[in-house]
Design a protein around this ligand. Structure first.
Ligand code: B1M
Length: 213
């Protein structure tokens, strides 16, 4: 197998044996983020496909997630850090009912490496907790992540709850079940502030930079 195929297969197989030396080798050719967005994401895509076809069970997908997390934790040490003054404070949460956090945590890494103070509220975060944290932290923006189809709907009701609580700071949403169109037609009308859709973590950084300008 080529290096790229091996990297994808660690994720698909859910095994860490040989992972770190291969990640080290990959860093000679690619940036840390390219390794994540390329072969590792390709592996995750395959895991999703196999799981969808009932060829993997949840326990196996969890092992794949462990490999992805270990890889990101290792690669994080090699990411460019921009130690500029703090650009803003952003709350991050995976919405109520959803446990997927690898994407959200990647967003946290990218944003905090680029001058943002991130308050990561974790997974399955109900709107009440977001509202409470907003009041304590006085954040400049709120980031919502969700991968399940029902999470897209959860973002609509979270936006309504935030609006009803009088909050109008920008909201950034992201995750596999969302689209720009859904964001525009379904979430934005329910909120008084700006709502932007980020397709990936780097897009999230670009948008955050624009929002904080
Ligand atoms: Co789940 N899962 N899962 N899962 N899982 C999906 C999402 C699914 C598409 C798989 C499939 O069927 N093909 C499917 C959803 C179906 C649907 O709703 N349409 C699914 C399902 C069904 C489920 C369960 C219901 C399974 C079950 O129990 N029967 C269950 C849900 C439990 C719950 O949430 N209540 C479940 C559980 C799990 C595990 C726990 C086993 C594990 C998660 C572990 C963890 O996160 N700690 C897991 C995994 C790993 C996946 C897949 C395979 C991979 C997700 C992932 O980590 N991708 C996924 C299939 C897939 O996506 N290919 C799947 C890598 C990650 C870096 O990408 O999160 O998309 P992603 O983040 C991206 C962008 O989306 C974006 O930036 C990131 C990249 O830069 N982004 C943001 C994300 N959030 C953002 C926020 C932003 C900005 C950008 O600003 C705030």
């Amino acid at each position: 197998l080529s290096l790229e195929e091996r990297l994808a297969s660690y994720v698909v197989e859910g095994t860490k044996e040989g992972l770190i030396p291969d990640l080290e080798e990959a860093l000679n050719r690619y940036t840390a983020l390219e390794v994540i967005n390329g072969p590792l994401m390709a592996g995750m895509g395959e895991v999703g496909r196999l799981f969808n076809n009932n060829e993997l069970i949840v326990a196996e997908v969890l092992q794949s997630a462990e490999v992805m997390k270990a890889s990101v934790a290792y690669l994080e040490n090699f990411m460019e850090k921009n130690e500029s003054s703090v650009k803003g404070k952003i709350l991050l949460a995976t919405v109520k009912g959803d446990v997927h956090d690898i994407g959200k945590n990647l967003v946290e890494i990218i944003l905090s490496n680029n001058g943002y103070h991130i308050v990561n509220l974790g997974i399955k975060v109900p709107p009440e907790r977001i509202i409470e944290a907003y009041r304590v932290e006085k954040a400049d923006a709120i980031g919502l992540s969700g991968l399940l189809v029902k999470s897209a709907q959860q973002m609509v009701s979270t936006a309504q709850d935030l609006r009803n609580a009088g909050i109008d700071v920008p909201i950034m949403v992201g995750g596999a079940a969302l689209t720009r169109k859904f964001t525009k037609t379904r979430i934005r009308p329910e909120y008084n502030g700006m709502v932007v859709y980020a397709k990936d973590a780097m897009d999230g950084l670009d948008l955050a930079n624009k929002l904080m300008d």
